[in-house]
Design a protein around this ligand. Structure first.
Ligand code: HEM
Ligand SMILES: *[C@@H]1O[C@H](CO)[C@@H](O)[C@H](O)[C@H]1NC(C)=O
Ligand SMILES: *[C@@H]1O[C@H](CO)[C@@H](O)[C@H](O)[C@H]1NC(C)=O
Ligand SMILES: *[C@@H]1O[C@H](CO)[C@@H](O)[C@H](O)[C@H]1NC(C)=O
Ligand SMILES: *[C@@H]1O[C@H](CO)[C@@H](O)[C@H](O)[C@H]1NC(C)=O
Ligand SMILES: *[C@@H]1O[C@H](CO)[C@@H](O)[C@H](O)[C@H]1NC(C)=O
Ligand SMILES: *[C@@H]1O[C@H](CO)[C@@H](O)[C@H](O)[C@H]1NC(C)=O
Length: 510
């Protein structure tokens, strides 16, 4: 058994892994027993879906790219489909009407999350926001804490100095490295991660310089491992829930607790230092220097801080990086758009240093960003929801415990909604009121309803600021004089939608 499990976790190809798994007799029996209990035949009026094989259900149709496969199933079976994966029932919404049914009309019953086993550890669970199983008081308190001290207008204003400092560190770095080939994703990720750690802990955590071999930043490696782990849980645990339990028992090193220990050496010192200050008799709230102080005031333990802060870092840095990288990829492919954006920035920004609050008023910049979210939403299926009660969407039954996804990637490319959907054309947003704040259900890259992205105001600011800076300060070219119009747009699913081929560019100061 151990050997089989080992093969699994290492297997890159999920489908291959799954088939291997399915061939294991003892587990087959386990699944059969589960399938019987939850047999779909007993539920009437499910959303339509493709015929199922015994035991594995629709596993083979979903394959290892669920975004694309569920989009094509939706074209065949309609905007709300149901699929069975092993013992789990999955519902996928892929039209504005279906999305509204899930995220607005039935928001109350569809706002729980299926939590991967690894995140259910009693030391962490109560302080999960992203992985909070239900929208209970604890989840509400965490969102309120974030809103008040991280994402309110006032909080963002007070972070603007830090934000500017991190961006100028990035600009200095790219100036020093002019003419060299740069891994854009790595530079952006590091900048965003350091922005978040400065806001939370009051200091940078990662080096911009990405050494190779022995000189690699060990903390960066740890962060990468955590995110990879998170993505794996997402693929394995959510789409293949029958594998979920292996994350808990199957791998000795792969548990969340094990990974959280990686942070200890970097975080514990700061946590203890601030805890002593916050716990002193002379402490008052207006002395707070960073978000950590707020957590300590609320009596968070170290594990609870790991859980909560890690979620914010993971949810915040990879998504934002993905948005900027995709925007740059599209600008490279569309020189006329890039020139128009350069013109706008030159005309509107007179000062040496960009004024962040001004960026939200630059219409072409906003249109370019929206068009990027439309074609390349960072979280293409939103985060998984689960029905905590049986309810109805578009007159179909969503049974209790069904998992629910919204395929925003498919919605952004739907010819019924968008004119020439595959064309990158920011102008389509110029005279449109369409916005991504969760009210217009044809365009919801941040989700909608009570589980809408908690960090949206911060994510938006970062994308605007980084993109505007990189366009204004530098000329970018592909290595080897490659033709930018041929730039590859293949993507793959991870925690955030990422490019299959990392974007590597040469920067030159303007
Ligand atoms: C461009 C950047 C970003 C995008 C596109 C994005 C997108 C999303 C999406 C689609 C969801 C799931 C919503 C749903 O289930 O309906 C989500 C949830 C979340 N995001 Fe973001 N996000 C971004 C940036 C950030 C940042 C910067 C942070 C924090 C620093 C953050 C923190 C969170 C959290 C905590 C949740 C979970 C909310 C909950 O479950 O109640 N995100 N995000
Ligand atoms: C489902 O969640 C909603 C709020 O998110 C709550 O009001 C309701 O009581 C929950 N139902 C059950 C059966 O837990
Ligand atoms: C809310 O749910 C979480 C599980 O997601 C649990 O750990 C926590 O104790 C709950 N809080 C309340 C107040 O019931
Ligand atoms: C997200 O993080 C993982 C793990 O470090 C990395 O492999 C991936 O390239 C990142 N994606 C983006 C878009 O930054
Ligand atoms: C906080 O201070 C009190 C005494 O003022 C002490 O008993 C307690 O152990 C301290 N807690 C921590 C976590 O340092
Ligand atoms: C930045 O822009 C905003 C809005 O355009 C303006 O109110 C503010 O005064 C500007 N700040 C600086 C330092 O120029
Ligand atoms: C659902 O059923 C009601 C009445 O049975 C009908 O009025 C309504 O149009 C139906 N909605 C959809 C989306 O089919």
């Amino acid at each position: 058994m151990d050997m089989i499990t080992g093969t699994f976790v290492k297997a890159d190809n999920i489908l291959f892994g799954s088939l291997l798994f399915v061939s294991t007799i003892s587990l087959l029996l386990f699944i059969i027993s589960k399938t019987k209990i939850l047999s779909s035949k007993s539920i009437k009026n499910l959303p339509p879906g493709p015929p199922r094989l015994p035991i594995i259900g629709n596993l083979h149709q979903v394959g290892d790219n669920p975004i694309v496969s569920t989009a094509s199933l939706a074209r065949q079976y309609g905007p709300l489909i149901s699929l069975r994966l092993g013992q789990k029932l999955l519902v996928v919404a892929s039209s504005p009407e279906a999305a509204m049914g899930v995220l607005k009309t039935q928001d109350r019953f569809l706002s729980s999350r299926p939590v991967p086993a690894a995140f259910k550890h009693p030391d962490y669970a109560p302080h999960a926001l992203l992985w909070a199983a239900e929208c209970n008081q604890t989840w509400k308190n965490l969102r309120t804490l974030c809103r008040a001290h991280l994402f309110s207008g006032k909080a963002l204003e007070s972070q603007s100095g830090l934000r500017a400092e991190k961006v100028s560190q990035m600009v200095d770095f790219l100036r020093r490295k002019q003419g060299q080939v740069i891994d854009v994703e790595d530079v952006l990720f590091t900048t965003l991660y350091n922005t978040l750690t400065s806001i939370v802990f009051g200091k940078d955590m990662l080096q911009l310089e990405d050494g190779d071999g022995n000189t690699r930043d060990p903390q960066k490696e740890s962060v990468r491992k955590i995110i990879e782990y998170g993505s794996r849980v997402k693929d394995f645990g959510v789409f293949f829930p029958m594998l979920d339990r292996f994350d808990l028992h199957g791998t000795k090193k792969g548990t969340l607790k094990e990974y959280a220990k990686l942070f200890g050496p970097y975080w514990d010192g700061i946590i203890e230092e601030r805890r002593a200050v916050v716990n002193s008799s002379t402490w008052s709230s207006d002395q707070a220097q960073c978000f950590l102080d707020r957590l300590l005031e609320n009596k968070f333990t170290n594990y609870q801080i790991y859980q909560f802060v890690m979620e914010l870092f993971v949810a915040g840095s990879n998504t934002t990086t993905s948005a900027v990288v995709w925007a740059m990829s599209e600008l490279l492919r569309h020189n006329e758009v890039k020139s128009k954006l350069e013109e706008e920035l030159q005309k509107e920004i007179k000062l040496d240093q960009i004024n962040v609050s001004q960026l939200s008023e630059l219409t072409y910049l906003q249109s370019c960003i929206k068009e990027t979210y439309r074609l390349h939403p960072s979280v293409p299926l939103l985060l998984p929801r689960v029905a905590n009660e049986t309810c109805e969407v578009m007159n179909y039954t969503i049974p209790k415990n069904a998992m629910v996804f919204v395929n925003v990637w498919a919605m952004g490319r739907d010819p019924k909604v968008w004119h020439e959907p595959l064309r990158y054309m920011p102008e389509r947003f110029t005279d449109s009121k369409l916005d991504f704040k969760g009210q217009d259900f044809e365009f919801i890259p941040f989700g909608s309803g009570r589980r809408i992205c908690a960090g949206m105001p911060s994510g938006i600011k970062s994308v605007e600021y980084l993109l505007a800076t990189l366009v204004r300060e530098f000329a970018w070219t592909l290595p080897n004089g490659d033709d930018p119009s041929k730039l590859d747009l293949e993507n793959k699913m991870g925690l955030a939608m990422k490019r299959v081929y990392p974007l590597k560019l040469i920067f030159k100061q303007k």
